[in-house]
Each structure stands twice: as structure tokens, then as C-alpha cells.
Design a protein around this ligand. Structure first.
Ligand code: NI
Length: 151
């Protein structure tokens, strides 16, 4: 009798410890501008996320999944690279595209509205080059949105 009680008490303590461990996630602070915070608040309402952290985690999971998918790309590929940026940053794309002339088959550049432009690159070539181009554009802070779609 005594043994059983003791055992169940140990199990209860272990259970509480595992709950505490689950709830203590490392905290990472990030700086965001007002526009992004507004977007996050809107997303939270529209998609029913329980909090901002939840949204950030979902976004990060997407980036990680995309990156893993990209790492698996091999050989000759056809892909579409979509870029949205402020009109004033046109030169960012113009300067960077020169390094990738050999894989660019089509380049479309159009205005979205008064301040923004969209650029679409149809790419054909080695996966390693397409990956490199995507990485360079994605890490350019002046570009608002960069997305690779492989076919
Ligand atoms: Ni433009």
C-alpha cells in the first residue's frame, strides 16, 4: 500500500516537471517595425492564432520547410522567382541580376502601385545557381518579398 502511494507520488511529480518543461520555451527577442506588427495583429484575428508568438513560430516553420525543400533540389531546374520591392529600390534588382544572366530566360518588371514594383524571373539552369540567386535576393533587406516557385 505504502509502496503504491509513494510510486504514484513520484509519478505525479514527474508529470508536473514535464508540464513545467513544456511551458518554458526559450525567449528570443526580435525587433519589428510598426507595419509588420499591424500585419501580425491582423493575421492573429483573421487566422485565429492564439498569440503573436504562435504566428512567428508558424512563419518560421514555413521558412524552415521551404529551405529544406530547396536543399533537396538538384540538377537542371525550371523555376520562377517572384520579387516585390519599393520602387526606389529598382537598382537593387538590376545590379544583382547581372550575376545570373546565364539562368534568366525571362525577366518581367512591372509597377504594382505608386510605390511598389513586382519582378518575375523565369529561371532555367543548375539548381545550385537558382538556390544561390534566391538566397542573395532573400537576404537583401531592401526587398520586401522574395519567393521561389519550382516546377
Ligand atoms: Ni520598378
Amino acid at each position: 500500500m505504502f509502496v503504491i502511494q509513494r510510486k504514484s507520488r513520484v509519478m505525479a511529480i514527474k508529470f508536473y516537471i514535464s508540464i513545467i518543461n513544456l511551458s518554458i520555451l526559450p525567449i528570443v527577442s526580435i525587433s519589428l517595425n510598426d507595419d509588420i506588427i499591424d500585419d501580425i495583429n491582423k493575421l492573429q484575428k483573421e487566422l485565429g492564432f492564439s498569440g503573436r508568438s504562435e504566428i512567428v513560430r508558424a512563419g518560421l516553420r514555413n521558412i524552415i520547410a521551404e529551405q529544406k525543400e530547396r536543399e533537396n533540389l538538384n540538377g537542371e531546374l525550371t523555376a520562377l522567382l517572384l520579387i516585390i520591392h519599393q520602387e526606389r529600390d529598382d537598382d537593387q534588382v538590376t545590379n544583382m541580376r547581372h550575376d545570373y544572366e546565364e539562368i534568366i530566360t525571362t525577366h518581367l518588371h512591372s509597377k504594382i502601385d505608386r510605390d511598389r514594383c513586382v519582378e518575375v524571373f523565369l529561371l532555367k539552369g543548375e539548381a545550385v545557381l537558382i538556390r544561390g540567386m534566391t538566397k542573395n535576393f532573400q537576404t537583401n533587406k531592401k526587398l520586401d518579398h522574395v519567393k521561389l516557385i519550382t516546377m
